[in-house]
Design a protein around this ligand. Structure first.
Ligand code: ZN
Length: 337
């Protein structure tokens, strides 16, 4: 077991004068007004709480709230995945998936996010198939972004335990519906689960169809170094998710190839970083290596992109103008062009 991290989430009202608090509040307002780009966001972990509350039974909702409270306190990385299953049990029809995607877009617009990539693995809801799930998400995105300045690209996810037939079907559907905003492929899930053999059948197709790939890597200190290196060299990702625990050769590969790292600060603090560990992406940011500030899961980590930018800006002493530049750069790293 990884020891549960208990690092404090930055609270700007602690140990600072009231004048500084006002400055920080105005800084946060500036960040909120800024046009922002979100490139690492999981669908089920980002569904607005109001949607879940409306459709869950009281028992289901209490269970989800209990788990979210545990995550807020900081829990083991592997235990955090339970909450996704609980949410999936509530948002379990194409109509609800569409509604959740639609409502999520409204929240992004509220936070002045102008471009986002949304990711999720395909599901078979009841007697439905992968395609009806995909179409429900796409309908939700299309409705949610209509007549707004928000664009949302969709990035289907594979897991290391995904069966070959499911990985292949995912890629065939992604290619079929590509014109509706499917812009890349994600590799995610509990990093210690699965040997990746079936998933690689999907990766081969992703390469064949020229879909760029973003790879969750370095999420656990227990990842085998050899496996990390094998994955990054065979998958050839265009971006890395998290990258908190990269082996030296992999870290070197990321730096040499200037691979953008998706920094999800709150997520790392709650479930990834062990006590005392500083996120290496903060140092990469100081060295002008490409880094994109992201949320990972809006609901699960009770955050939004404004908060994430604010926290990283305070940690690294980043100005508003520098943050604006980071958002411009993030657009360039987007798979959705
Ligand atoms: Zn993630």
């Amino acid at each position: 077991m990884v020891s549960a991290p208990r690092a404090a989430i930055f609270n700007p009202t602690i140990e600072i004068s009231s004048a500084t608090t006002i400055d920080l509040n105005s800084m946060k307002n500036e960040i909120k007004k800024m046009e922002k780009v979100e490139l690492h966001m999981h669908f089920y972990g980002s569904i607005p709480r109001r949607v879940i509350q409306q459709h869950a039974t009281p028992q289901q909702y209490n269970e989800i709230c209990r788990k979210l409270d545990q995550i807020k306190e900081g829990i083991d990385y592997h235990d955090a995945f339970d909450v996704f299953k609980l949410i999936e049990n509530v948002v379990n029809t194409p109509a609800l998936v569409e509604e959740a995607a639609y409502e999520l877009c409204l929240d992004l617009i509220q936070d002045n996010v102008v471009h986002a990539e949304l990711r999720t693995g395909f599901k078979k809801l009841g007697s439905e198939n992968f395609e009806s799930y995909l179409e429900a998400i796409l309908r939700g995105i299309e409705r949610g972004t209509k007549n707004s300045s928000l664009t949302v690209g969709f990035v289907p996810s594979l897991r290391r335990e995904t069966l070959a037939k499911d990985a292949i079907e995912t890629l065939l559907l992604a290619e079929k519906h590509r014109e509706r905003g499917i812009c890349g492929i994600d590799v995610s899930g509990d990093i210690m689960k699965g040997d990746g053999v079936g998933m690689m059948e999907g990766i081969k197709l992703a390469h064949q169809f020229a879909f760029p790939i973003t790879l969750h890597l370095g999420e656990s200190s227990k990842e085998a170094q050899g496996k990390q290196l094998m994955e990054i060299t065979s998958i050839q990702p265009r971006r890395i998710g998290h990258g908190a625990y990269l082996s030296d050769p992999v870290f070197g590969w990321v730096k040499k190839n200037q691979i953008p790292v998706e920094l999800c600060f709150t997520s790392a603090t709650k479930v990834i970083l062990e006590n005392g560990k500083v996120h290496p992406a903060l140092q990469l940011l100081k060295e002008n290596h490409p880094v994109v500030i992201c949320t990972d899961n809006l609901l699960v980590f009770d955050t939004n992109l404004t908060d994430e930018c604010f926290q990283v800006a305070l940690k690294n002493n980043i100005s508003i103008d520098q943050l604006k530049n980071l958002q411009e750069q993030a657009k360039q790293y987007s798979f959705f062009q």
